[in-house]
Design a protein around this ligand. Structure first.
Ligand code: DAH
Length: 352
């Protein structure tokens, strides 16, 4: 092969490298010229047949061609790498002229706002705030609260029983926050046992226990998971009169309405005697004039006081259980409870 045709070979290699659009294509093109059986390699092999002088002269010419091809290859490699980098930079480019994205503020769920409000108001009246388990034993949820074995609330279609209990001590999702009355009181009594045994008055129990509760129930005003807030005040002479005062004060503060009217309607709960349903009535606004039920309440039953570890002859008090979901609906004029649990941002963002 003459040097003119070697020049051709260099040109062909050059244009074939240029035509390679990717590193993989370039490697294929390289193989054609510089590979083990590439065209240049074949020429090198041809040198073996020549004598020493010819070999030297011819070898030098082929070597120059080889260097030129290697240079063309290196240039193309470099160009492809640069093109790839440019493409990447373009793809990741920031358009600083785009309008900025709004960062919207997060906020608390309306029911959380209500719970915070309840805790603040009762906190100002000296109530502690307690939390307890949502998976309860049948003892704390029913028996300790003087609820008989055959009470309908204990049936399978009212209560979610969970695995892991025994027939004697079933486990369930608490149907109300009332078990916290017992749990909190037992701890309190334990902490003041020496004082109580010495016949000294125990510091009063004053606690609210907000949290999630569960029942087999689902419609516009009932959800299988809902919130309750328990209240308990036990001392040596805490009476129904104190319940009326405390709960009225709470409702008027919660709704920011001094003219709010309350009604304590006789009712029945196994764990209180006497028991009352608490209704409120707004004097203004869209719900004015209607009685709206907000809580169950009563004087704690002597059997329950006993299960707290106290002598009902010496200790008495009141309890109540209210529905923070319902309070939230009344405060904001919401008519479907399920909105609270759908997680729809269009609804939730209205409370920020
Ligand atoms: N636990 C009752 C319920 O879920 C509500 C209740 C009624 C709580 C009377 C009380 C009470 O503490 O004294 O229906």
């Amino acid at each position: 092969m003459t040097s003119a045709t070697l020049d051709d070979l260099v040109r062909q290699a050059h244009s074939s490298f240029q035509a390679a659009a990717s590193p993989a294509e370039l490697e294929n093109a390289k193989a054609v010229f510089l590979g083990k059986s590439g065209r240049l390699t074949e020429l090198m092999k041809g040198l073996a047949a020549l004598n020493a002088d010819e070999k030297k002269a011819r070898g030098a010419v082929i070597n120059r061609a080889k260097q030129a091809i290697e240079q063309a290859l290196a240039d193309r490699r470099q160009a492809l790498a640069q093109a790839e980098l440019d493409a990447q930079l373009t793809a990741e480019a920031l358009d600083v002229t785009l309008p900025g994205r709004q960062r919207t503020g997060g906020g608390l769920h309306p029911v959380s706002l209500t719970l915070e409000r309840i805790e603040a108001i009762f906190g100002s009246m000296g109530f502690d705030v307690a939390q307890g388990p949502e998976i309860e034993t049948d003892w704390f949820n029913f028996s300790a609260l003087n609820t008989p074995e055959d009470h309908p609330a204990r049936s399978m279609h009212d209560t979610f029983y969970v695995e892991g209990g025994t027939p004697q001590a079933p486990l369930l999702l608490r149907t109300h926050t009332s078990p916290m009355q017992i749990r909190y009181a037992v701890q309190h009594v334990k902490a003041h046992r020496a004082l109580i045994d010495a016949g000294q008055p125990m510091p009063e129990i004053r606690v609210i226990a907000p949290g999630r509760t569960y029942r087999v129930d689902s419609d516009a005003t009932h959800s299988p998971m809902f919130h309750q807030c328990e209240g308990l005040w036990i001392g040596q002479s805490v009476s129904f009169k104190d319940l009326k005062f405390v709960f009225s004060d709470f409702c008027r503060t919660f709704f920011e309405m001094d003219d709010l009217v309350l009604r304590f309607r006789p009712s029945f709960f196994p764990f209180t005697e006497p028991s009352a349903e608490i209704d409120i009535q707004f004097q203004s606004g869209p719900l004015a004039g209607r009685w709206l039920e907000v809580a169950g309440s009563g004087q704690v039953h002597p059997n329950v006081v006993r299960n707290m570890g106290l002598d009902p002859e010496r200790y008495m008090g009141f309890a109540f259980g209210m529905g923070p979901d319902r309070l939230t609906m009344l405060r904001y004029g919401i008519n479907d409870l399920r909105l609270f649990f759908d997680g729809d941002i269009r609804f939730l963002s209205q409370f920020q």
